[in-house]
Design a protein around this ligand. Sequence first.
Ligand code: MN
Length: 494
Amino acid sequence: MDRKPIGAYEFWFVVGSQFLYGPETLAQVASHAEQMVEGLNSSGILPAKVVYRATVKTPQEIELCVREANYAETCAGIITWMHTFSPSKMWINGLNLLQKPYCHLHTQFNRTIPDTEIDMDFMNLNQSAHGDREHAFIAARMRIGRKIITGFWEDAQVRQSLGSWMRSAIGAVESRKLKVIRFGDNMRNVAVTEGDKVGVQMQLGWQVNTWGVGDLVRELETVTEAEVDTQMQAYRDTYELVTKEVETVRYQAREEVAMRRFLEREGAQAFSNTFEDLQQMRQLPGLASQDLMKEGYGYGGEGDWKVSAMTSLIKRMTEGMGGGTSFMEDYTYHLEKGNELSLGAHMLEICPSISADKARIEVHALGIGGKEPPARLVFEGHPGKAVLVSLVDMGGRVRLIVNDIEVVKPIFRMPKLPVARVMWRPEPDLNMASHLWMLAGGAHHAVLSYDATAEMLEDWCEIMAIEFVHINRDSTVASMKQQLFLSDLAWKLR
Ligand code: MN
């Protein structure tokens, strides 16, 4: 996929102050800020660079800084910190204009109070304890969504939280650029895969448009044997080719080349299709969709463009983390008492980025859709902590539902199951988690990610100003019902 790594983004560190303290103190403020930025960047924890931008001292300086941030293509957000006091009525005009993600880092240059040295000069320079409270008040008063991170800037926890928020912010900026191609419409009669594409574009920025399957069929016809050969070599380099039906695999290679070309031409990062609308395509793309997902593209089955877009965005937010992210579907349960598990899979399209071992290319008949048996990747998902994510359209708004889960090594071999499989135990347990998921209207489709966390996704929702529901070890039916009831009221008022 042709795009810059997320490390090409930068975040502006903006330090608030005022003229009261004189040039000597302001020079110290700038020097301390530079040391902090240097420390943050060299920690290796942040996904992109923090850039010390300015020590702002007047309403004009603040407004100018915000306007420049809004229009800077590479700037994915601002991080503010008040080393000294910065009267926050000065910030009103600037914050009113702010369109980029906003993090308030409440920290202090020095970790400890220097007992024998401390005097009023020290106090005037090191006063974020009250300067940041003044700053936080105005954001609260203006109801501005922002991330607050508190703690000493050298602590790993602070840096991890900042790094996580930076990924959310990049996800927000990328959300505004996201294009989704729908090859054909949604599967007929399915409710949860529908949604208000205009509303979603207004809220999240996604451009979701449909192309007829005939357009893709024509693209397929122009793929050359040489291009198929190159794609086949890529498959052999990455996966284990265990089938003798090479012609079937070559057809998937052809589909992949055609779809990639299509996506690149339109500048799209995600796509959906449905087994119900394949026209002259001989196979449902299985291996082709799986390999495109591994490259970073979002995918949604049965025309589910929302899950496709979320898969793409979460892959982008978590770039370089290595745990893996895939389109997923709750398929069937293991309801053994005390060892309840969900078996996730799909007809074909699970991303091999989550595979425990080298994925195998196999060919099997598909019981549905009436096309040729398609080639697909078969593997087990690796164990580890993960999240399951579903974005649903509630009518007038979208809601993001996140469930913390623990993926386990599948407890059975399931030798006759011809698809990739993942087994997990959701928090707080399978029965309660599915109860809560369904109360909130969560879909059967989801994004499974080992890299994204509930915190990262909550921050993303905060920036996008959408509803967030978290199912975790402390969730109960009573609290979930109350939250959903109150948020219905709140969102009607917006
Ligand atoms: Mn499905």
